[in-house]
Design a protein around this ligand. Structure first.
Ligand code: HEM
Length: 398
């Protein structure tokens, strides 16, 4: 038996994106396989294997095994924004710690009024399917405002599109068109953040962050790169995941009924349960740097593997009734990998949990209990692997 058996469909297939479990279920039962293959890539999908792989960051890392100096130079000339980001973004642990200190303050300054305003459209009966742009801009609007960034409406829309261009080009090493769009967006974002960082208005968090990072002796490049990562990640995560969250909410009326009846039950644990059932993160790659044994099989140096997150989050050998949303499910730091872990653990997990914990009661209040998604008309965008993007989620409010 090969270590990786072919997936019955393409990893990009809309049906697989929206409901991977029926495809994965027979594979979980095949204990002698390591994973599945699709579109020329190999995927691990079991909780235990991915957990071990994530923990073994000295043997299996996101970075390529070896980078030829000449190749790196050519890459930096062709993609200066990316090369700059790789050099400065989240590479200085102390700068990362400082950023985290400020992220906590960002949470305290988030105003949810915009969410209430945007979601009020669902109070009207009828079919809603033209709201995605509005919902997508919300997280950036809320978080950039909390930092004290200045922006115009067209700029906000551009930042969102630039960020999504970046996420589409993750892992898309041989798709030059996507890579160039992502590069252009990243370079524009870097210029914008440098400008804001250098001209921050006193009294804003951004100004305090600039002062604190200079006092701590950090080169501005590190501080700006952290903010660029933060800014682009906001759109790539919170915006893109909101559609998955809304679908989850409307798909499980019994579960949401309990929350409607007792909104005080909504906490970070409930948000985790929603994110476990489905979210935007689909598959992220790792390269084998040192020989590594998994499920009794030796992985060789230079091998490339993907962690398939929905597989991990719904592994029936790890989760009881994985397709169900369960109020009683308890998450501990070590029993899930929803936010990754080890060296690449998510820097935005706290913000994500707070954001959705604030958004959920507003969503429940705005969407009547018999609203539903027209499942067969959901549209999913393109052929990119790291995250999948729902572009249309028709909702009927009777
Ligand atoms: C829906 C919520 C979110 C989920 C499910 C999520 C999930 C993840 C996962 C699985 C990883 C690990 C990547 C890997 O192992 O290669 C990760 C990393 C990361 N996340 Fe999140 N994330 C979320 C929200 C956010 C937010 C709100 C931000 C920032 C605004 C963010 C920024 C990042 C960054 C920068 C990394 C890379 C960290 C590093 O390499 O040091 N994420 N996230």
């Amino acid at each position: 038996m090969s270590q990786f058996v072919p997936l019955e469909t393409s990893i990009f297939d809309r049906d697989f994106t929206l409901d991977p479990y029926p495809f994965l279920q027979p594979l979980y039962e095949q204990e002698d396989i390591l994973g599945f293959s699709s579109e020329g890539m190999n995927f691990l999908f079991r909780f235990e294997d991915c957990h071990d792989l994530i923990a073994a960051h000295k043997n299996v890392a996101r970075e390529p095994v070896s980078v030829d100096e000449e190749e790196a130079k050519l890459f930096a000339e062709k993609y200066p924004g990316r090369a700059w980001s790789y050099k400065y973004s989240l590479t200085n642990i102390k700068a990362k710690v400082l950023l985290n200190r400020f992220l906590v303050q960002v949470i305290d300054r988030m105003s949810m009024d915009e969410i209430v305003r945007s979601l009020s459209m669902f109070k009207e009966a009828g079919r809603h399917d033209q709201y995605m742009d509005e919902i997508n801009l919300l997280p950036m609007r809320i978080l950039l405002t909390a930092w004290g960034f200045e922006y115009t409406e067209p700029e906000l829309a551009k930042h969102f599109n630039d960020s999504v261009a970046m996420v589409k080009s993750f892992e898309a090493f041989d798709n030059e068109e996507l890579f160039e769009l992502g590069e252009k967006g990243r370079s524009d974002c870097i210029s914008y953040v440098f400008d804001q960082f250098n001209n921050a208005t006193p009294g804003t968090l951004l100004h305090d962050f600039a002062v604190a990072s200079r006092e701590a002796g950090f080169d501005d490049n590190y501080s700006v790169a952290s903010l660029v990562t933060f800014m682009q990640s906001t759109a790539n995560t919170l915006s893109v995941s909101t559609a998955f969250m809304m679908r989850n909410m409307l798909r499980f009326p019994q579960f949401t009924g309990q929350l409607r009846a007792n909104p005080q039950l909504i906490n970070n644990n409930i948000v985790m349960e929603f994110l476990r059932r489905d979210n935007h993160v689909k598959a992220l790659s790792r390269q084998v740097h040192n020989p590594f044994t998994l499920r009794g099989r030796q992985l060789e140096v230079g091998e490339s593997l993907f962690i398939m997150y929905p597989g991990v989050n719904m592994d029936p050998t790890h989760w009881n009734a994985p397709l169900e949303l369960d109020l009683r499910r308890v998450f501990t730091p070590d029993n899930h990998n929803i936010f990754g872990g080890s060296r690449y653990a998510c820097i935005g997990s706290r913000i994500a949990l707070e954001y959705f914990a604030c958004m959920l009661p507003i969503m429940l209040e705005s969407l009547s209990e018999n609203a539903y998604v027209v499942e067969e008309e959901i549209e999913v965008d393109g052929e990119w692997i790291a995250e999948r993007v729902i572009t249309k989620l028709p909702i009927i409010v009777p």
